[in-house]
Design a binder for this molecule. Structure first.
Ligand code: GLC
Length: 402
């Protein structure tokens, strides 16, 4: 059983987030980790807001407002929310511009905004974010869904948030020769191609570069559109509620039709070749409401099998996979951001006992090791950047369990 109580957890989470916080240009945001990740990242800030909502609602709001502040306003990519914001500059060498990247990351701003609102109802925040969320999702449709099936394609693994997952080895041209360094160089080289092709997903695909319809990303997007429908309802925009709900259902339907068998997976290239590499991303299908209740039982049985349910669940790459490497970034660690998505999915489908076990084990990792970027699935050792802000998300797990 856990040693610390709610107040202690609030304090501990508040301290780590405060130590990583920055104020710049009238905005406040939280660095993922001061030494390794000093800028602002899109999905990290959403996780930060989910933790802040229990201790500092004003900061939860500021985190979401700062992450959308550099949304693209003109040109082909108008509406895109960048995966990185460089408040103090520094983006030139990778992106050819100082203050933002030219790719995105998992769309969780709507999900986070809704969650913040449920604790501290602030309609003004929803009203400010709404048009930005609309523009973001319209950008996805315009730029990333060339075949119109509802599933968006990513043009860089950084967009998925799972930078070095074995899922991308073939699409990145590193299959059979992957090392941490080979993978890193391939990602940096691809960033240059993305700029060269002005982020055009079809042209990048035709030239043989990364073009992947990522299952978990699309499931997250379905959940974000459901949140957008909720926000539209709160703002009395009743005619728009159906639009977002229908769009979420279209994505759920497309995932069901194209991505669920033999287990939830991604699709590569314009011809949608299945990427049959198992990973914990499969379970994010629950988060997006993409399976039936019957299918959810099979999926949860997979989750609880020893290949995924490690001493400290959930390993991102299954124990029995060739690529399993618990000492290599994104190839076998436990990431609490991923655990949060799986936890929320388990609750959505009413697997409350499994969810509780996952919450307890996630809290135990932080209790024992502190706030690390990720953890070893067998020993629980904290690894990577430290102190890492997004592991503060365990506070949200604890709050939901209370
Ligand atoms: C790493 C992770 C990415 C995260 C970023 C900041 O690049 O792969 O998902 O957003 O660090 O924490």
């Amino acid at each position: 059983m856990l040693q610390m109580d709610w107040l202690e957890w609030q304090k501990r989470v508040g301290d780590v987030l405060a130590s990583n916080r920055v104020e710049s240009d009238g905005h406040r945001y939280t660095r993922p980790a001061p030494s390794t990740y000093e800028h602002q990242w899109l999905w990290d800030s959403c996780f930060h807001a989910l933790a802040y909502r229990w201790i500092d609602p004003a900061m939860a709001r500021d985190e979401l407002l700062s992450v959308v502040a550099h949304q693209v306003e003109t040109g082909d990519d108008a509406g895109m929310i960048p995966h990185m914001t460089y408040w103090q500059g520094g983006g030139e060498s990778l992106w050819g511009q100082a203050h933002r990247s030219v790719i995105t990351q998992p769309p969780l701003v709507g999900v986070a905004a809704r969650a913040v609102y449920e604790v501290t109802p602030d309609r003004e925040l929803l009203a400010t974010l709404y048009p930005r969320l609309v523009a973001f999702h319209e950008w996805f449709d315009r730029r990333r869904d060339p075949d119109g099936d509802g599933l968006v394609a990513l043009i860089h693994p950084w967009e998925a948030g799972w930078d070095a997952s074995p899922r991308w080895d073939e699409a990145m041209g590193v299959a059979g020769k992957f090392t941490h360094e080979v993978g890193r160089q391939a990602r940096v080289a691809l960033a240059a191609r993305v700029i060269e092709y002005a982020g055009n997903a079809v042209e990048l695909a035709r030239a043989g570069f990364f073009h992947v319809e990522v299952m978990d990303f699309n499931a997250i997007r379905a959940a974000d559109l459901e949140a957008l429908a909720f926000i539209a309802r709160e703002l009395n925009k009743s005619s728009e509620v159906t639009r977002w709900q229908t769009q979420a259902e279209k994505i759920q339907g497309a995932i069901r039709a194209k991505m669920l068998s033999p287990y939830p997976h991604d699709l590569q290239g314009l011809d949608e070749k299945p990427i049959l590499i198992e990973s914990a991303s499969e379970f994010v299908a629950l988060f997006g409401g993409c399976v039936t209740q019957d299918e959810s039982r099979d999926l949860v049985a997979r989750l609880q099998s020893p290949k995924f349910w490690t001493t400290f669940p959930v390993t991102t790459t299954p124990l029995d996979a060739n690529a399993f490497a618990p000492d290599t970034y994104w190839r076998g660690h436990v990431w609490l951001s991923v655990n949060w998505l799986i936890y929320a999915g388990l609750r959505r489908y009413d697997f409350v006992d499994v969810a509780r076990e996952l919450a307890e084990s996630s809290l135990r990792l932080v209790e024992q090791e502190n706030f690390y970027e990720y953890y070893h699935p067998l020993t629980g050792k904290g690894l990577g950047a430290h102190p890492q802000s997004w592991s503060a998300i365990v506070l949200d797990l604890l709050a939901c369990e209370r």
